[in-house]
Structures are given as C-alpha cells and as structure tokens.
Design a binder for this molecule. Structure first.
Ligand SMILES: O=P(O)(O)OC[C@@H](O)[C@H]1O[C@@H](OP(=O)(O)O)[C@@H](O)[C@@H](O)[C@@H]1O
Ligand SMILES: [Mg+2]
Ligand SMILES: [Zn+2]
Length: 179
C-alpha cells in the first residue's frame, strides 16, 4: 500500500499537556490538524494513529473516555469529508515492559500488519523523541512537528534523517504538493 501516513496523537493532532489529556473537554485539536487529515484522506491517503496512553495505566482516565476522544476525532474529520484509519493505543505504563509503548515500534508494526503494508519509508509524524526512535526502529521516515512537545524535542537534537515541519498542516501541504 502506498499513501499510508502514521500520526502520533497528543501534540500532533490535538494539543498536549504535561498533565495528560484526561477528558474529552481537554482534547483540543491543533489548529489545521483536522483539516490536514481530511485533505489527505480525500486525496486517497490512509491516515493511521499510534499513541501512548499511559494515563490509562496511571488511572487518570478510562478506556471509555479515550474512545470518546477518538470518536470525536473521527466525527470532526468526517464533517470535512475525510476519514481516520486505524487508531492504535498503548494502554501501559513505563514499567509494564510492553512492546507497544513508544519508543518500541509495536504499534507501528500493528498498523503495518492491519494494512498488509511495508513500513519502509512510511512517514511517522510525532512530537517526542520516542516517536522518532520508534520510527527508526522499523525503517519509517521520522517526522518531527514543532507543536506539542516538538520544540522541546528539537532542542534535544534530532536523529539523523529526521524531517522537520511546523505542524501537521505543513506535513499535509508537503505530501499533497508532491502529487
Ligand atoms: O503523544 P502520544 O503518544 O499520543 O501521547 C502522549 C501522552 O500519552 C502523554 O505521555 C506522557 O508521557 P509518559 O507516558 O508519562 O512517559 C506525557 O508526555 C504526557 O504529557 C502526554 O500527554
Ligand atoms: Mg505526542
Ligand atoms: Zn503497551
């Protein structure tokens, strides 16, 4: 499959918070992000999501709340004529030893398996170093956006080959002008 794009959630699609995104009310789209997903989807891109959600393991919110956020995301994109593909989340905490929590690439592998896709060169857009490391672990193209924790991540230095964009809208502009 070509035209597969994988996104991190917090800090890329919606605003992030060091206090976690604990409720639907706290789930606020990054300006231009919903339109970016809809534009890509309408142009034939499959847009999947891979998100750490340790707030579940920490008891900050429950699965129903997380699902409500994702139903809202899907609704907002649908209202602009697009659709969101598979959303995979890691519910575990940092000490649970799972293989799905980024920087482990388990969620990216899950997405590839779902779409019978080869991950080599697939863009994975994130705002944290764990996103970039997960991408590199499975030969995805690491993409950093400056929203969310992106500026902090940038200040720490980026893995070689990482591409930098202001936000998801700029990523969509780039991919769509390539067509
Ligand atoms: O960016 P994605 O993967 O969509 O989700 C990140 C969130 O799960 C949370 O991840 C936490 O990291 P720890 O899980 O506590 O290390 C913190 O960075 C929070 O600020 C952040 O909201
Ligand atoms: Mg993030
Ligand atoms: Zn996990």
């Amino acid at each position: 499959m070509n035209k597969l794009l994988i996104l991190d959630r917090d800090g890329v699609i919606n605003q992030d918070s060091d206090a976690y995104i604990k409720s639907l009310a706290e789930w606020i789209p990054v300006p231009g992000a919903i339109a970016a997903i809809a534009r890509l989807s309408r142009a034939g891109w499959t847009v999947a999501v891979a998100t750490n959600q340790s707030g579940l393991a920490r008891g900050y919110y429950d699965l129903a709340t997380l699902e409500a956020m994702h139903a809202h995301l899907r609704q907002l994109v649908a209202e602009q004529g697009g659709e969101v593909g598979l959303i995979v989340h890691c519910p575990h905490g940092p000490d649970d030893g799972c293989d799905c929590r980024k920087p482990h690439p388990g969620m990216l592998k899950q997405i590839a398996e779902h779409y019978a896709a080869d991950l080599a060169g697939v863009w994975f857009v994130g705002d944290s170093s764990g996103d970039l490391e997960a991408a590199l672990a499975v030969d995805c193209q690491p993409i950093l956006v400056k929203t969310g924790k992106g500026e902090r991540t940038l200040a720490q230095g980026l893995p070689a080959g990482t591409l930098l964009f202001d936000d998801l809208a700029a990523v969509a502009d780039h991919l769509l002008q390539q067509e």
